[in-house]
Design a protein around this ligand. Structure first.
Ligand SMILES: NC(=O)c1ccc[n+]([C@@H]2O[C@H](COP(=O)([O-])OP(=O)(O)OC[C@H]3O[C@@H](n4cnc5c(N)ncnc54)[C@H](OP(=O)(O)O)[C@@H]3O)[C@@H](O)[C@H]2O)c1
Length: 293
């Protein structure tokens, strides 16, 4: 990852989120949940989307339950969310591909469907409402979490891993899709500021899916070794929270940020032609589920 030296920003002296409406798709667990807690603690009203609500009774956090492995569910979520009133929308939903190819009820490779395609569907289902010019010219911020700036590319002619399956390749398809989604949405929605987030290694449940079989001895060793390289979701959340409000980011749509919130350059393959093709293939896969975006 290379630093983008054209964009620097300074955290505002105070972070007051009073009156802000924030949606975190994936805010029921892991990094999204840590961010939901910190946004709510600073006064925001936060809606978290996921399968399991773990914050009953926490002031400022409201659930919207959905299984985002299903594209129709993603469409429903996008249509239900109060796009016109949002200040920020963050996508952190994700899994890591299994050893054996897993398919959703829509016939889609599971990691790509949950970690990427569902986000495309949610965003498109609310995009025109979210993109409307606001009376105060406010530009809502959209954050898409993945692994941008690392050069990961998709297998365009087999995005659904039907010809060949390898778990790292399947995950890479989701990673590349999310980076292309930042590019596509930054062009498609001129009234939004769309950003990519690369959190580095964070101590969440998803790590349990990456290193060997869950619960096994190799898994425990992998977890222990990587503990030195990782940080807690709370620590990461604290570092990137100012990105929600830092004034220097206004009008900087399409930029990406690393684990410390520093601006980084996109992957080398990111350009108009490559992103258009990847998004076209993604839309075709989504249409298999009877959803048009
Ligand atoms: N942790 C890392 O080191 C790391 C590194 C690089 C990138 N990332 C990316 O950061 C993002 C967040 O990861 P994380 O570490 O916070 O993962 P996590 O702790 O496993 O949390 C994943 C979130 O996704 C939701 N989710 C999973 N399957 C779902 C489904 N079928 N329907 C609806 N929601 C579903 C979970 O909610 P429920 O449990 O309520 O379903 C949870 O809120 C992911 O995109 C990941 O790829 C993470």
């Amino acid at each position: 990852m290379k630093r983008d030296k054209t964009l620097t920003w300074t955290p505002p002296a105070t972070l007051d989120f009073t009156g802000k409406n924030i949606v975190i798709v994936g805010g029921t667990g892991g990094i999204g949940r840590a961010l939901a807690h910190q946004c709510a603690a600073k006064g925001a009203q936060v809606t978290v989307v996921g399968r399991t609500f773990r914050d009953e009774g926490t002031a400022g956090i409201t659930p919207l339950l959905a299984d985002l492995s299903k594209m129709k569910e993603a469409e429903r979520v996008g249509q239900m969310l109060p796009a016109e009133e949002l200040d920020a929308l963050l996508f952190t939903t994700g899994i890591f591909a299994d050893y054996v190819r897993q398919e959703t009820a829509d016939g889609l490779e599971k990691d790509m469907a949950i970690s990427y395609l569902s986000r495309l569907v949610v965003l498109r289902s609310m995009g025109s409402r979210l993109n409307q010019t606001r009376p105060d010219n406010k530009r809502p911020r959209v954050f898409i979490m993945g692994y941008p700036g690392t050069g990961r590319q998709a297998v365009i002619n087999d995005m659904n891993s039907e010809k060949n399956y390898a778990r790292w390749t399947a995950h890479q398809n989701a990673v590349a899709g999310n980076e292309a989604l930042v590019y596509d949405a930054s062009k498609r929605y001129p009234n939004l500021d769309v950003f990519g987030l690369n959190p580095g290694f964070v101590q969440t449940d998803i790590r349990d899916e990456i290193f060997f079989k869950r619960g096994g001895i190799l898994n425990k060793i992998g977890f222990w070794i990587t503990a030195f390289m990782t940080r807690t979701p709370e620590d990461y959340a604290q570092r990137v929270l100012p990105l929600f409000v830092a004034s220097e980011l206004t009008g900087q749509s399409g930029k990406h940020f690393d684990k410390n919130g520093n601006a980084i350059l996109p992957s080398n393959w990111i350009n108009d032609a490559n992103c258009k093709e990847l998004i076209r293939v993604s839309e075709a896969l989504i249409s298999r589920a009877g959803v048009t975006v």
